[in-house]
Ligand binder design. Structure first.
Ligand code: P1T
Length: 388
């Protein structure tokens, strides 16, 4: 089955008892037992497992072409649980341009428990060098494209260079399985903030991991229950409902983002002193455009995120009416922000400067509104802030 069909049907079979086409939400926290220690089914307590969460996990596994999936109370809840696969003394090699909250957790919290980190750019031979320097490496953490500068890493190449003792984790939040399937490219674990595109409606915070290895899945099932960063059944229902339109939403996100990136690039040629750089992996001008094509799960699947650098960004953004000035991304509505002042404020200032995350850099989560309306809104904001 195609991804769009799986998103609608897997984990959403009609209810056996009543025939209800939409399975009921299972709100019970506990399940009656036949005798002490003998539950009636494989459910006993809802933190360990419950039917609504299980339906969603089956669907995520199907979409990522994984065997197993586990969902968590947030993307960071998923990340925290994954880090508990490690022990004190282990090392993690992480892409330097990682989401600010992931970096904050790694540097300020996980590091206190004896796990060490290096933050590197995977270009050239930096990765083999880091592996040689840290023989205690047990995990590699990639985002591709990165948040917010949209740098792209050759996932299959990193997978080839990864020794068997090391787990390769790819945060696929920006791309979704519609655009990119890291397990097929050789990653061991794919991770998501489902608060973004997978839910798609900016009304649930949730995370997920998906993988193929049974022994690793057993460890993660244990950790999911032991750490307890699990979502509510109601939220699982909402995300599953959002997932059903994933394919049509992503197709439109990608189309709109491509058109806007081309328009912005055109405008930057006219006003090079004002719009300095447009970054979108689908543009031929993107330094890793060819790699982005290799990573893509289907032609033209470059995602819905754009970054660009402009003077007077804050003023221009505050004049936009359709694209809301807000953190987060991946909802049907367009959101726009300045990462240096918002999502990536927690990244150390020197590191932000090195990565090019300054107050001119704008990140735009392009929604699925009519692209003409989005372009007019941008044009009006640019013209108005030009004139002032
Ligand atoms: O917010 P939460 O569901 O906990 O997910 C964290 C997370 C993980 N990975 C990536 C790539 C992310 O972008 C995020 C959350 N990001 C934002 C809130 C943001 O505006 O970038």
């Amino acid at each position: 089955m195609d991804l769009g069909t799986k998103a609608i049907h897997v984990g959403q079979e009609p209810d056996e008892a009543t025939g209800a086409v939409i399975p009921p939400i299972s709100l019970s926290t506990t399940f009656a037992q036949l005798a002490p220690g003998t539950p009636r089914s494989h459910y006993d307590y809802a933190r360990s497992n419950n039917p609504t969460r299980e339906n969603l996990e089956r669907c995520i596994a199907a979409l990522e072409e994984a065997e197993f999936a586990f969902v968590f109370s947030s993307g960071l809840g998923a990340t925290t649980t994954l880090l508990h696969l490690l022990s004190s003394g282990d090392h993690v090699i992480c892409i330097d341009d990682v989401y600010g909250g992931t970096q904050r957790y790694f540097r300020n919290v996980a590091a206190r428990f004896g796990v060490t980190f290096s933050f590197i750019d995977f270009e050239g031979d930096a990765y083999p060098k880091a592996l040689a320097e840290h023989p205690n490496t047990r995990m590699v953490w990639l985002e591709s494209p990165t948040n917010p500068t949209l740098r792209v890493t050759d996932i299959a190449m990193v997978a080839k260079q990864t020794p068997p003792r090391v787990l390769l984790v790819v945060d696929n939040t920006f791309m979704t399985p519609y655009c990119q399937q890291p397990l097929k490219l050789g990653a061991h674990i794919v991770m998501h903030s489902m608060s973004k595109y997978l839910n798609g409606h900016s009304d649930v915070i949730m995370g997920a991991v998906a993988l193929r290895d049974r022994a690793l899945a057993d460890r993660l099932r244990y950790l999911q229950n032991a750490l307890g960063a699990v979502p509510s059944a109601f939220d699982c229902y909402l995300v599953h409902r959002g997932l059903k339109t994933l394919a049509v939403r992503m197709e439109r996100h990608c189309d709109n983002a491509m058109k806007i990136a081309e328009w912005l690039e055109q405008r930057s040629r006219m006003e090079p002193k004002r719009i300095h750089r447009v970054i979108y992996p689908g543009l031929a001008s993107h330094p890793q455009h060819e790699v982005a094509k290799r990573n893509a799960a289907r032609p033209g699947a470059f995602g819905g995120m754009i970054a660009f650098s402009m003077d007077n960004a804050a003023e221009c953004l505050s004049r936009m009416r359709l694209s809301t000035l807000a953190e987060s991304l991946g909802g049907v509505e367009s959101l726009i922000e300045v990462p240096a002042l918002m999502t990536h404020q927690s990244v150390p200032a020197a590191e932000r400067e090195r990565l090019g995350i300054d107050e001119r850099l704008v990140r735009w989560s392009v929604g699925i509104e009519a692209v003409g309306d989005l372009l007019r809104d941008l044009q009006d904001a640019l013209d108005a802030s030009n004139a002032s």
